[in-house]
Design a binder for this molecule. Sequence first.
Ligand SMILES: Nc1nc(=O)c2c([nH]1)NC[C@@H]1CN(c3ccc(C(=O)N[C@@H](CCC(=O)O)C(=O)O)cc3)CN21
Ligand SMILES: O=c1ccn([C@H]2C[C@H](O)[C@@H](COP(=O)(O)O)O2)c(=O)[nH]1
Length: 305
Amino acid sequence: MLRHPEYQYLDIMSHLLEKGDRRMDRTGEGTLSTFGAMMRFDLSDGSFPAFTTKKVFWKTAVKEMLWFLTGQTNIQSLLKENVKIWTDWPLAAYRKATGEEISQDLFEKRVLEDDAFAAKWGDLGPVYGKQWRRWLDRNGVEHDQIGALIHSLKTNPTSRRMLFHAWNVGEIDQMALPPCHMTYQFHVSGLQRGSGRPQLSMLVNQRSCDIFLGAPFNICQQAALLAMVAQQVQMDRGELIWVGGDTHLYLNHLDQAKEQLARKPMPFPKLVLTRQPDEIDGYRIDDFEVVGYQSHDRIDAPVAV
Ligand SMILES: Nc1nc(=O)c2c([nH]1)NC[C@@H]1CN(c3ccc(C(=O)N[C@@H](CCC(=O)O)C(=O)O)cc3)CN21
Ligand SMILES: O=c1ccn([C@H]2C[C@H](O)[C@@H](COP(=O)(O)O)O2)c(=O)[nH]1
């Protein structure tokens, strides 16, 4: 019997617990860290790698991906979708600038209800969405990297230059957080097979990975992206390959990680796209049907800001 692919994730987690380099980090929490990790998921049978050893809020993760794809960078549109995972950063900036000890709930309410407040305090700067859809070059020209990628997949699918990148060096200091998942590179196989559709694979390079909170989100949103792009260019889903740079377990997640490692994975669910929008940024969360997702209970953990 083949080992369940989720063990690639659990193995990284147990490696961190046993052999991770204990160190201080930017957030002050401290981590156990390793450098260079890989996971590969074969998605050709429709599998959706929402991990099963804890409940993953895959809709939240996919909504974040849809937000990236539309090029938005303000948390107001995320909050409208009830996604609160990015609030901590603008909230910390607001508290620091004003000295006001506003609660998260109240801050979110103001961002939602007051567009001027949202414009001033809810924007994360030129993060993922901006770089993916409107990378500004030195001549003031904006580049739609996602549009270019789809064009290349349709017209020149053997290209080795099919990628988009978020690490825009000149704008990093304006971002709430520099990009963690940086490059997305695409590869098409089976073009000369004669019958059947070609297979699209995607390799993600993530420079920094919070293994307990970040990775489960990142993996399922990346699988969703691969499915969307494949649908747009009429290809089958191939492999999702994930490569991590500094891959770490925060020291305040150790008990949670041990609890998760004691659990046995269940079969992955399947992802069905119920509609084919005309454009890559036309997807809505209701277009994602995840069939047969079974998991162990959720495990709560604090996010390091
Ligand atoms: N330290 C850190 N880890 C991250 O994973 C991370 C950042 N910072 N900063 C930017 C984004 C925000 N991300 C986050 C933030 C919070 C959760 C989180 O709290 N997840 C919980 C609850 C999710 C929910 O209720 O919808 C979880 O159990 O997965 C996940 C990803 C991923 N990224
Ligand atoms: O999609 C994401 C976004 C962020 N993370 C994690 C990785 C790190 O723990 C922090 C970012 O801190 P840096 O000091 O900028 O590396 O957020 C993630 O895992 N996935």
